[in-house]
Design a protein around this ligand. Structure first.
Ligand SMILES: Nc1ncnc2c1ncn2[C@@H]1O[C@H](COP(=O)(O)OP(=O)(O)OP(=O)(O)O)[C@@H](O)[C@H]1O
Length: 294
């Protein structure tokens, strides 16, 4: 058995290499091959390198944030199980699954105990946690170009960037519109929403709840959205999310969607998937089963 590690050295507070060193010293008997992503979008190349020498009894560990995990899964064949240890700034996937510490993660990986989960795939990528429009995509876009985020990440305060930008969004009101085609052919037009999230998992933005029951362990997507025409409405929407009053909120609308749903975006719509900005006009989501060592 060889342990393959794909690690993003740039994720979060740049801790991936420390984790790799810990694994090397704590598991000296284990044959290991380490693949660091060298640039943005290098996941494709690193997965290919892993696959070149992959055999059925090998194990894969992914080290990074939600973006790294999402991109690795996009290129990884669906029948290969994976272990994941979070070293990002938000780590929403790890929080939703209450992922264990490194020693337990390694024990699960070595024992081969795994659990099935559902991700949603499109030709453009994988939806692991959530697809976001409106204020949350705006926050992701601003954070990606933020020098403050890099500074705060070094201080292990990466989450603070998202909080500050979310407050700024109250003043900017970045709205979005989308047309959703359900599998029964019904069209749903959602216009000028401040908050829009299509959730496959519970959290986004470093632990902000999207919908309490959204989970990769179910095969459905939770669509949650809200208009925030007035400043105080937007404040109440954010407070609803922060204080987890989702199900009793008069603002949030909720629907369940399933595999086969497609979304069409208007030109210039800012769209974020798993915390990464993507440029797409249309997305069709198909459920796919994966296994995580857990
Ligand atoms: N060496 C690298 N330098 C810069 N960017 C990288 C590198 N390797 C991977 N990336 C890119 O980093 C992004 C993923 O970052 P990731 O989401 O894992 O970390 P994060 O943003 O700190 O954490 P989180 O998403 O949990 O907030 C992806 O777009 C990926 O392609």
């Amino acid at each position: 058995m060889t342990l393959f590690i794909i690690a993003n050295p740039n994720a979060g507070a740049h801790q991936a290499s420390q984790v790799v060193e810990k694994i090397k010293s704590n598991y000296p008997q284990l044959e290991q091959e380490i693949f660091y992503t060298a640039t943005p979008d290098d996941e494709k190349c690193q997965v290919r390198r892993v696959l070149k020498s992959w055999t059925d009894d090998d194990r894969l560990l992914i080290l990074g944030g939600d973006g790294t995990l999402s991109k690795v899964l996009y290129y990884l064949p669906e029948d290969i199980p994976f272990a994941y240890y979070p070293v990002g700034s938000g780590n929403d996937f790890a929080k939703a699954l209450s992922l264990p510490d490194l020693a337990t993660t390694m024990a699960n990986l070595l024992a081969g105990t795994s659990r099935e989960l559902t991700i949603f795939v499109d030709s453009a990528g994988v939806l692991l946690n959530s697809l976001d429009l409106g204020f949350s995509a705006w926050v992701v876009n601003r954070a990606a170009h933020s020098v403050v985020k890099q500074m705060l990440n070094r201080l292990h305060l990466g989450k603070l960037t998202y909080i500050l930008l979310a407050i700024l969004s109250l003043f900017k009101n970045p709205v979005a519109s989308v047309q959703i085609k359900k599998i029964n052919g019904v069209l749903l037009e959602i216009k000028d929403v401040y908050f829009f999230s299509l959730a496959n998992n519970t959290y986004f933005g470093g632990g902000v709840m999207i919908w309490p029951t959204a989970s990769v362990f179910s095969s459905q997507l939770d669509l949650v959205y809200a208009k925030g025409e007035h400043f105080w409405q937007r404040v109440l929407i954010l407070l609803t999310l922060v204080f987890k009053r989702h199900q009793s909120s008069p603002y949030l609308k909720h629907q369940v969607l399933v595999s086969g749903t497609s979304l069409t975006f208007f030109d210039g719509t800012l769209l974020s998937v798993d915390g990464e900005i993507i440029q797409e006009h249309q997305i069709s989501l198909t459920a796919q089963k994966r296994r995580i060592y857990l």
